[in-house]
Design a protein around this ligand. Sequence first.
Ligand SMILES: Cc1ncc(COP(=O)(O)O)c(C=O)c1O
Length: 412
Amino acid sequence: MRDLMEITARPEVISLAGGLPDTSTFPPGSFARQMTKIAQESSAQALQYGPTEGFAETKECVREVMRAEGMDPDLDDIIITTGGQQAIDLVAKTLLDPGDVVVCEAPTYPGAVPVFCSYEAETIQLAIDEQGMIVEELERVCDRLAADGRRPKFVYSVPTFQNPAGVTMSAERRARLVDVARERELLVVEDNPYGLLRYEGEPDPPLYALEGGDYVLYLGTFSKILSPGIRLGWLCAPPPVMEKVVLGKQAADLCTSTLTQYFVREYFAEGRWRSYVEDLCGIYRARRDAMLEALERFLPAGASWSRPQGGLFCWATLPDYIDTTDLLAKALRENVAFVPGAAAFTDGRGGSSMRLNFSASSEEEIREGVRRIGAVVSEQVELFGAITGEHRLSGDRGEDEIPPGDVLPFRR
Ligand SMILES: Cc1ncc(COP(=O)(O)O)c(C=O)c1O
């Protein structure tokens, strides 16, 4: 992923690979005003260390964001972190011992698994469908582990506008997951960077807000609703967990940037954060639509993709003989990039899928990027047909498909 991000930083590349919000939409005047005010009024404090847990004023901003999604945590249950990524790391650092099991979705956020691995945990991935995690699968995994005297240390889930699959867990599954967590005394780590980026449909409450959601730890971030550059995220956890998390945070970086916490405080004091999120939703909705139209137009039959109601990603799956890791090399030669699906699995699955981001490119770039991807995919489809004599463009073409040529089919 790091190598990929380096390549996609080149200006000639249309990158549908990253997960970047479009920070050019943030009004520079507003940024300048807030930073000038901080420099003039609070320079010494803003340039100083701060408390490891974060400032109470920053936590109030977090509470405002969480209230917008129906949650109301105690300030003592919140710690400000250096992005949501550090919150994942702190949870893992606090809870995991080598050999522990973490259960997550398949596919899952590609940035989470390396964290679990770095604490020598074993990651088990559960199948998802268009309603999110299949909770019966979780119960089966727990039963199987219990037979060996083991249990998952926690379940990691991105239930809303999942990265990378773009799907959202249904209300029934949410309720069931929280029930299972309570019945089995199982911690669930809910990672919710995208909940407020909704372009259609009605929200279901986060797991953390559900009746009986006491076993849920909650991770949030300002990255997608304001800026990833400020590196501000948070974690909500009950006191016994929080006590350890604070020690872990102190060891990691003493405190989160004081300067950017001041910035968030000033920004929220202006009272326009919600209207900025609405602006973002308008922009991203149009980009999502452009991507869905382009996928329809340029991907060959036999491809399928998610239709996310929010968030930043579509997940496309190509005919199974196409390996998207190989395809990426060809796509990069056409100056377009995506994330190969295998990056979101630990066990080699996802080989014919890809994650496509629609927040960081204009509608024109998205159309052109998907057109280029469509062209390299079509080339592969034709090549496969020429080599094997099979022209499996879609599962339903059947009889009218081009008849096999006089060639020996290759074993895949
Ligand atoms: C699901 C998920 N969690 C956490 C993060 C980390 O975000 P940040 O560290 O910028 O808050 C991301 C970033 O894309 C994400 O998609």
